[in-house]
Ligand binder design. Structure first.
Ligand SMILES: [Zn+2]
Length: 280
């Protein structure tokens, strides 16, 4: 099944680079992600029959959060772009704009992957931020749409940590969008029902199920596209054939609006952090 994971990543990168020759990076991003979504949903039908399905009552909230998710990156892109123009004389000199494009794309990817690891680890350690990230952990079974089930505050924080720094360093849009294509494709692959073990360096679906494990004594596998940083910083756990029970570890609403506004209530803050603490 690792061939499926590698194949989808290769498809996304090839589609993006090919499209970039004809259209703007933003459109190339969409042209690369669309076949990824189609392929992953199709594969879930044919390669994941034995895997647990997401409860139907979660589908509405999944869809609503998925539609909200692009708003935060758009805000970050707008804000960071405006700032980058103002600071161009300082920050623009920091990005190696004259290096080969492939090298710039690789640098943007590695920086983003490193930032994604630490941002994710930080939200699990910080009670105020975890109550928003807990929405992502409220699912009982993973499937591709969970890759977009993030509270807007959670998405905003991740984008500020991962995309904004590269933008402020002066990286060209085509390079930033490349890192976005790889990162978003990897997020779909982490959450797909298609069981891919792997997990030595790539963050596969079975490795990510351990991250979503209910009542885990210690949260593991925080990485984005890779598990390199988990291996380096001692948070890696290799997947096995066991299927852990998934979930937030406490009762949470299933409907979208209570999930959206719940993290803002003072009681939820206390409960969410206490619940998280009990798992670590
Ligand atoms: Zn998490």
């Amino acid at each position: 099944m690792i061939a499926f994971h590698l194949g989808v990543l290769t498809l996304a990168i090839t589609a993006y680079v090919s499209a970039l020759a004809f259209v703007a990076p933003e459109l190339a991003f969409l042209l690369a992600i669309t076949p990824v979504v189609a392929l992953v949903t199709l594969a879930e039908r044919h390669l994941a029959a034995a895997e647990p399905a997401a409860p139907p009552e979660d589908r509405g909230a999944d869809l609503a959060f998925a539609l909200l998710t692009p708003i935060a990156p758009a805000l970050v892109a707008t804000g960071a772009a405006a700032l980058a123009i103002r600071l161009a004389s300082v920050t623009g000199a920091l990005w190696p704009v004259h290096a080969p494009w492939a090298l710039q794309a690789l640098a943007a990817f590695v920086l983003g992957d490193f930032a994604a690891y630490w941002a994710h680890r930080f939200v699990h350690a910080n009670g105020a931020l975890y109550r928003f990230h807990e929405i992502h952990h409220s699912v009982r079974a993973l499937y591709w749409l969970n890759a977009l089930r993030f509270h807007p505050v959670d998405t905003l924080f991740f984008q500020l940590c991962t995309t904004a720094p590269v933008m402020l360093l002066g990286a060209p849009p085509s390079v930033i969008a490349f890192a976005g294509v790889v990162g978003q494709t990897a997020t779909f692959l982490q959450h797909t029902r298609v069981p891919v073990k792997g997990g030595a360096l790539l963050h596969t679906s079975l490795a990510h199920r351990l991250h979503h494990r209910e009542g885990a004594f210690a949260v593991r596998n925080f990485g984005g596209t890779t598990l390199l940083w988990d291996r380096l910083f001692g948070t890696h756990e290799a997947p096995t054939d066991a299927r852990p029970r998934l979930g937030p570890g406490r009762a949470l609403p299933r409907a979208w609006l209570p999930l959206l506004f719940g993290p803002l209530s003072p009681r939820s803050r206390t409960d969410g952090h206490r619940s998280k603490r009990s798992h670590t």
